[in-house]
Design a protein around this ligand. Sequence first.
Ligand code: PLP
Length: 397
Amino acid sequence: MPGFELFGDLERKEVNDVLDNGVLMRYGFDAMRKGHWKAKELESELSKVFNSKHVQLVSSGTAAVSVALASAGIGAGDEVIMPTFTFVASFEAIMMLGAIPVLVDIDDTLTLDPEAVKNAITSKTKAVMVVQMCGSMGNMDALSSICDKHNLVFVEDACQAIGGSYKGKALGSIADVGCFSFDFVKTITCGEGGAVVTNNENYYTNADHYSDHGHDHIGKDRGAETHPNLGYNFRISELNAAVGLAQVKRLPEFIEIQKKNYSIIREALSEIQDVTFRTVPDGGVESYAFLNFFLPDLEKARKVSEAFKTNGIDACFHYYDNNWHYIRKWDHLKDLKSLYPISKEVKEGIEYLKTKSFEQSDYNIARNISCLIKLSWTEDEVKERANKMAELIKSII
Ligand SMILES: Cc1ncc(COP(=O)(O)O)c(C=O)c1O
């Protein structure tokens, strides 16, 4: 997924524009900036890419999730349903607002199982957050109708899925509010950065204010701006936005390369009878950032993962044994290891994690291998890699 593999003249030019005028901040300093508004330009480019009315850039994908939730009015004591397979940022962003992450099982889409979502709804539930892991998506129609029926905010974490789509709509633009990350290893990067995407005028205005200390951004005198609400600083810098502006122009090229490389590997693995692939819901098109496949059981998946590592097949993850992406290893969350006191509501709200088991998630993640698709491979390298992967798998299953 990394756009950083193909940094070039375009990125340098955009960054130099910012260095030439020296205005590293996205707001104000109108006279000094010689017409360069990189964050604003990137927001407008992303609006076109997502066909979405509003985009608010922020400092990271984690910030995007917190800002999205806060903008929709979610906070202390509210429950947010999220999947067991994601990045730690998902529960961090929820807990930062004093809200309670309610983790539920995934299905073979590798994200929220709609039945598990239904079963987890309580009177405290305020939002459902689907995480479009590894370039694909959940069953968006089913999840959306659950949210409509129960009057819940539908949040889409598409941090790992830029370039994917569902029924013709860009992932990240389908739910009430979407979130993106442009950290260093994403398909397009700003170094660090993120975005909140929405068609909801109110959420957008809230995100714009909240991510900049509550400033209303009215007029040209920052010191005279009022603060309709409390906020924080989740601003992106002009330097980061400049890198993103170059990268977003190259998104179609990046997705095309990902698709080509993904297809070569997928074809080679398709010939192995016991290898199956994650379910992509009808109408869904992956971003091809990862190829996800299932092996018959945990033992075989562990052996394949090890064989890949020792034979030079890098960037293939067996998330069951990984500390960052799956509930099984999140002891710091289960034990609520916090530097500062946590509210009684959150403590009680998280208690279920000490005893709850997630058999369905275990079943899917234990057998899953998730392989990153790089942009810099030559065709010969991808073919060689694909053949080697197939050989290794066949020698084990
Ligand atoms: C699914 C998901 N959500 C949120 C984030 C957080 O993004 P960031 O690293 O920009 O804070 C990530 C980062 O990897 C992610 O994969």
